[in-house]
Each structure stands twice: as C-alpha cells, then as structure tokens.
Design a protein around this ligand. Structure first.
Ligand code: AMP
Length: 375
C-alpha cells in the first residue's frame, strides 16, 4: 500500500466523537482532516480543517470528500453501499468495503464468524412467525431477538424470557418488517472486548482486553486490565487475531465478547472502527486506538500497545455532564477528562468520557465513588 505521509489529508465519513478523536490524534502526527457530516459544527468538524455539511448518502458530497482527501476512512459501519462504491472507485479506502458489508448485517457477520470456526451463540434467521417458535424450541428460554441491521446500544433487541413473551415477539417481528435473528441467551459472567489493528502488510496487534460494564444497554465502564485469568486473556486475544487475519482486515476491528459462566469465550459482535471500549488507550497505552487507526490506514508500522497503568474509563452521558462540570475543580490528578463538544445535552447521549488511572482498580473505584457523578 502507498505510504500516506504527514501533511496529507485524511477524509472521514462521519463527524461524531470517534472522528473527533481520530482527528485529534492525527493532527499531532501532522495530518490534515476533512469530515462529512449533516450536522454543522459536528464534534469532528470542530477540530478538522474542514467539514462538508451533507447527508451521508449524498453521492456528490461523497465525491467531494474523495476529491479533497488522500485517503478515506469512516467512523461508523452503516455506510451506504453506493457511497462506499463511489469512495472506493475514486479514492484510496484502505479498509475497503467488504468488512463494512459483513459488519452491517448480523446474519452475514455471524455466518462469516461461523465459517472461521469462531465460537458464537447459536442463532437462526427468522423468516416466518413459526420460526420464532422453532427457534425457542431449539434454543430454550430466554432467547434474544435482534434486528439484522441498524441496532445499537440495545436498540433493535428483545429478550424473550418466558412463553408469555412469544406473542409479543411475533407482534414486534410482524410490525418491524425487517430481517431479524433469534439467538440463544448466553449466561455470561463478564463482557469483554478486544481491539485488533491490522495493516496492509499483515502486521497485527491487539490492545489490552477490556472488561465492560453496561448500564441500560449503554457502555458505562471499561476496566483494564480485565479481571480475568491469563488463559482467558490469551484466548480472547487469539480469537481477535484470528478474526482480523481471516477477514484480512485493514484498520481497527473491535470485537465484543462474552465470558460465559463456564469460562469460555463467545463472540457477540464486531465493529470495523475505533470503539468506545478502547478509549482507555488514549491515556493508558503507549499508542492509542486512534493513533493506531491512522497508522493502519496510512500504511505506517503499528505502534506499541503496551498498557502503562491500570485504568477505568467511565462514560459521561448527558445526564452526568452537569455534575462533571460542577466538580471540574475536584477531579483526581490522574483523571483525564475528554469531552466531545456536543451542545445538545440529551439524557443518554454520549457527551464524553473520563479515564481514571491509578495503581489499583480498588483505588480507582474509590475515587469514582467519592466523585458521586454516576450515582
Ligand atoms: P448487542 O446489540 O448484540 O451488542 O447486545 C447488547 C447487549 O445485550 C450486550 O452487550 C449484552 O449485554 C446483551 N446481549 C446481547 N446478546 C445477548 C445474548 N445472546 N445473551 C445474553 N445477553 C446478550
């Protein structure tokens, strides 16, 4: 792959916080940035050299982005396939569109993982109402019904806990009129994630495994290093590498996993981009996930991902922001605050995150408790 040197312009499809943090990391390295997002003054637009204000599916705007950039990346996976094709034919898109296509649809994603012999929860595509009963008979209860596309933060997902919920599931399926799957419920003891970087030379590196705590289906904390055994850690990393290599992925690949009650690892989902559960790397790793992302798309060798300190990342949602600002002069000295420049303070909107470093997790948990921001 062509080496994209500092001074070149990186185009980012999407202007959210992930684009913002890619831009901030890349600016330190000497790159220029242009982003495309429909919302003026987007989190990424605020720190980029330029923002094209247009819908993500506008072909002319995508062409303008491609014409103005030496290399293109994206900060979300739901990129319109026509736009992806335009970008690929007129510009350099090292991540390609194949990985996007796979991760945009759960059926494709799960079938691909199965073909690599990666452990996943048993699932079935729902094509008729009767399939809902068949899946429940096959997998037992509880079961999880999920839309094949477009779900995030628990949206597009229903847990069927008992037989009384079956008619509710059928109603939901009928009304939604979109492709859905039914998945076996995984009794897990922890949720984990691994972010893997792979460049076009085939060099692969994992970030330290994160242990993720969700609240109301939204990521609340990432605890790193994850409190798991060495063999579980090795297993999680090996699965991550296997997926990235099997896919011949270029860029970052975030892999969400369950650690089951009997100690096995099962893959839940993939995201072909920097991930919320990797934000800890900004302050606790030799190379952050954002710098690593830039290295992969610019053809640079991958950076060292060694963890420098125990850390807990805590998300700041709209409902937490005022308390964070009230306590801005009382934050612990090793707390690193990252805010995304969003002005619309909606209850569950991700407004920023705080990385708290310390010598032990216990000490950090104590600091989080004392702050009383997330109570
Ligand atoms: P997803 O949209 O697939 O990322 O799922 C969101 C969250 O729902 C996960 O982080 C889990 O907490 C939970 N979840 C999803 N699928 C399952 C499953 N098969 N078994 C148990 N919990 C699940």
């Amino acid at each position: 792959m062509k080496l994209i040197k500092p001074g070149s312009t990186i185009g980012i499809l999407g202007g959210g916080q992930l684009g913002r943090m890619i831009t901030l990391a890349g600016r330190n390295m000497g790159y220029r940035f242009i982003t495309l997002d429909p919302m003026p003054d987007s989190p990424c637009g605020q720190v980029a050299d330029r923002q094209i204000i247009a819908s993500y599916s506008e072909i002319e705007a995508a062409k303008e982005l491609a014409d103005s950039s030496d290399v293109i990346t994206y900060e979300f996976e739901n990129v319109n396939s026509n736009v992806a094709a335009i970008l690929e034919s007129t510009s350099l898109v090292p991540q390609g569109s194949e990985l996007l296509k796979i991760t945009q649809n759960r059926v494709r994603e799960k079938s691909t993982l199965q073909s690599f012999n990666v452990p996943i929860a048993p699932f079935m595509v729902i094509q008729t109402e009767k399939d809902i009963r068949t899946a429940i008979d096959r997998f037992g209860l509880p079961c999880v019904m999920k839309t094949a596309t477009g779900g995030y933060d628990g949206k597009g997902q229903w847990v069927i806990r008992n037989r009384d919920n079956i008619s509710m599931a059928m109603e939901v399926w009928k009304k939604a009129g979109v492709e859905m799957i039914m998945e076996q419920f995984v009794p897990f003891s922890k949720e984990l994630s691994v972010i893997v970087a792979r460049n076009s030379l085939g060099q692969v590196k994992t970030f330290p495994v994160a242990e993720n705590i969700h609240m109301n289906n939204i990521l609340h904390q990432s605890i790193v290093p994850a409190r798991i055994t060495d063999s579980q850690r090795t297993q999680a990393e090996a699965i991550g590498i296997k997926i990235a290599e099997s896919l011949q992925a270029v860029g970052l690949l975030a892999i969400e996993m369950f650690l089951t009650n009997d100690g096995n690892i099962i893959v839940n989902e993939l995201a072909p981009r920097p991930h919320n559960s990797g934000h800890f790397s900004m302050d606790a790793c030799m190379t952050s996930q954002f710098e690593q992302h830039i290295r992969t798309i610019c053809g640079l060798p991958l950076g060292d991902t060694t963890l420098l300190s125990p850390i807990i990342m805590v998300n700041i949602l709209g409902k937490h922001l005022n308390r964070v600002l009230e306590k801005i002069d009382q934050l612990p000295p090793a707390a690193k605050l990252h805010l995304y420049g969003k002005d619309e303070n909606v209850e569950n909107r991700k407004m920023g995150h705080m990385n708290l470093l310390g010598s032990t997790h216990e000490q950090i948990f104590e600091q989080i408790k004392e702050l009383q921001i997330w109570d």
